[in-house]
Design a protein around this ligand. Structure first.
Ligand code: SF4
Length: 670
């Protein structure tokens, strides 16, 4: 079959980016639509570069930032797969000669030069470049098989993901499948992914073929009709690794006072607000109270109302805008309220008001929920989490512990590591910082064991003590960024993870958990108050508590502006990971093992635990100051009797029972 001569436009990884976000293609194909036309930072290829071939496993160039580190890990994984193939097939592994970039060889010329090596001579072909129907790409591996007596080459990609192949991985492989068929006339039967866990996942091409065909049609249409230029940036899962985030979309959202900066806003909320003509954060905040009929004065007190009016006046003066103009579309919609459950809408509206006050006055206001609201939140939670509100927050005690950890999800390709458990304890009237480091999985378990034994002993001697932590949003966010399910984003689950096959430690940990010894202050904050901040990360909450960091922050990755924001916390978390990577894998990169890196991480960790302690103190003081709340710790609500359970809980339980019955019926073949 003839090879397509169409001009190369996109790589498969760009297609997967487009799947998440149509605006990506607009910016990619239309430089005139970009704010910064010269360059873009970051990467959308989160696993590895497509057009470079690294040297043999051995010394790698040290990564320059977090995204580069992930690329290097991807390249390393690919190299390991190649070594495995070589071990098995020896000289029957064909490594495609590299593109001669130094002499200006274009991708098209390279493809021509490589030709078609899929003639049956080689068992494995490594780094095969293709151009087909306006898409270009390099298949990691092509594996020779036979189908009905004919030689067929099946595409194999190496991916860092451990939990399983993602949609984007399959689409890339389907592109290679099509390109192989175009070149050889034989369609591969299967495609394969070599996962970071060391396992292989295989898929039947026929199961996905028509989906891929439909998708390609849509893509070609988008490219050829240029309809993609009508798009606008919509926040999605790709933003975290998108090359356009920092220099294009985020500044655009900021300039437009976008709702994406509203803490707690979901995509469905944003759609509902846009539907009635509310497009900006200030526009939402400025909805008059009278329009939210169920609202009462208690939900936004007089002081906050005054602060909001001041903020709006500052905004009007600075922007030359007025409420009539930002509400013109909403008015055209007869001031209709969005289809969001009323309590949720009030919460978002209040959050918008608090954030507008912070933006305009630089003071961070707070709103504490009423005792009744906190109680309602608690009674609907499972027993071990029923104390996570300001009402039930224990008073400070000199035997308390404040704990935090640092982890690296890609320390090794196959597994991550918690490399530091840090805590403070009071000794002779002074808070002392203790750091427990691990540099491999054996020491990680030893340190986790040591920590749990210490906590358990302390609890046995001082049952009034608690272990305070601020659940690690950074780690959870990093895990999301990599699209890899990570069950270990909270302190308790991390410790539990280490004791899956160690019953004595597991028992000690369970005892602490069941006794309510662990207190997650993030949960307490979320269940007790709203603040005028764009996220509820520790870095933002510590500002309320007046905490000032002693140590300089770790290098921030890809952060350009000074705004404190949700994404900033990822960068700082990523900074600790990046520092540890350069320390732990120094040999791999041929650099000096710099002990200062560990010191910087420990300083950062120490600040976190101290900030957690100060936040605890601030919360206790706020409870005392609040005339509407009891000034001391309230007892945790007991299990409710059937008749006193809320209507909601009763409905959930009835539904649960129905589902279980249905499953049992189906299992027993009824
Ligand atoms: S930053 Fe987000 S919205 Fe902007 S192009 Fe990238 S994925 Fe799309």
């Amino acid at each position: 079959m003839p090879r397509s001569t169409k001009k190369a436009l996109l790589s498969p990884s760009k297609i997967t980016a487009w799947l998440d976000c149509e605006h990506y293609l607009t910016l990619k194909n239309n430089p005139e639509r970009r704010r910064n036309r010269q360059q873009s930072r970051g990467t959308s290829d989160n696993a590895k570069t497509e057009t470079t071939q690294e040297q043999e496993i051995g010394i790698l160039e040290a990564p320059t930032d977090f995204a580069d580190m992930l690329r290097k890990k991807g390249d390393l994984h690919e190299r390991k797969c190649l070594e495995n193939y070589k071990e098995k097939f020896g000289s029957s592994v064909f490594e495609v000669p590299e593109q001669n970039r130094e002499e200006g060889e274009s991708f098209e010329t390279w493809v021509e030069r490589v030709g078609n090596p899929m003639n049956g001579e080689y068992e494995i072909i490594f780094q095969m470049p293709f151009i087909y129907e306006g898409v270009r790409g390099i298949a990691d591996f092509l594996e020779k098989t036979e189908n009905n007596g004919k030689v067929v080459y099946e595409p194999v990609d190496s991916k860092l993901a451990r939990a399983g192949a993602k949609q984007g991985h399959l689409l890339q492989l389907l592109f290679y499948t099509e390109a192989v068929e175009d070149l050889t006339g034989e369609r591969p039967e299967k495609i394969h992914v070599e996962l970071g866990s060391g396992e292989r996942e295989s898929f039947l091409v026929s199961d996905y073929w028509w989906y891929w065909q439909r998708l390609r049609k849509k893509l070609i249409q988008a490219v050829e009709t240029d309809s993609s230029t009508d798009t606008k940036p919509e926040k999605c899962s790709h933003c975290g690794i998108c090359e356009f985030y920092w220099e294009e979309c985020r500044p655009e959202w900021r300039a437009n006072d976008s709702l994406v900066f509203l803490s707690g806003l979901r995509k469905t909320h944003q759609e509902a607000l846009n539907e009635v003509g509310i497009e900006t954060l200030t526009g939402l905040a400025a909805i008059p109270e009278s329009h939210l009929s169920e609202i009462s004065k208690e939900n936004f007190d007089e002081e906050s109302e005054q602060a909001f009016q001041t903020a709006i006046n500052i905004w009007a003066k600075k922007s030359g805008n007025n409420l009539d103009s930002i509400h013109s579309e909403w008015k055209a919609n007869q001031n209709r309220l969005p289809e969001i459950e009323i309590n949720q809408l009030i919460k978002l509206w209040r959050q918008a008001r608090l954030q507008v006050i912070t933006t305009q006055t630089k003071e961070i206001p707070t709103h504490f929920f009423s005792e009744q609201e906190m109680l309602e939140k608690m009674t609907e939670r499972e027993k071990s989490k029923r104390g996570e509100s300001l009402l039930h927050l224990p008073e400070m005690n000199e035997h308390d512990i404040y704990l935090d950890f640092e982890g690296h999800p890609f320390w090794q390709i196959e597994e991550g590591i918690i490399f530091l458990f840090g805590y403070i304890e009071k000794k002779d009237g002074e808070w002392e910082y203790v750091q427990l480091w691990s540099h491999d999985k054996t020491t990680e378990k030893e340190k986790a064991t040591k920590l749990v034994e210490f906590l358990h002993d302390r609890y046995k001697t001082h049952p009034e003590m608690h272990i305070y932590h601020y659940n690690h949003t950074e780690r959870a966010l990093l895990s999301d960024l990599m699209n890899d399910g990570d069950p270990t984003s909270s302190i308790v689950s991390i410790l539990g993870h280490n004791f899956e096959d160690s019953p004595p430690e597991k028992q000690q940990l369970d005892e602490l958990v069941n006794a309510g010894a662990f207190v997650d202050l993030l949960a307490v904050v979320r269940n007790s108050l709203q603040a005028g901040t764009e996220s509820y990360s520790l870095k933002e909450m510590e500002l309320l508590a007046g905490f000032i960091r002693n140590r300089k922050d770790l290098p921030e990755i890809n952060q350009q502006d000074e705004d404190v924001n949700e994404d900033g916390s990822i960068d700082k978390g990523a900074g600790a990971v990046f520092e540890f990577e350069l320390y732990a894998n120094a040999d791999l990169y041929g650099i000096k093992k710099d002990e200062d890196r560990l010191k910087r991480i420990a300083d950062y960790n120490k600040d976190d635990v101290e900030a957690t302690r100060q936040l605890h103190e601030w919360l206790i003081n706020k409870r005392k100051e609040n005339k509407e709340l009891p000034d001391r710790t309230s007892p945790i609500p007991e299990d409710q009797e059937e008749e006193t359970k809320s209507e909601y809980i009763q409905r959930v339980e009835a539904l649960k029972e129905k589902i279980i019955n249905k499953i049992e019926e189906e299992r027993s073949g009824i």
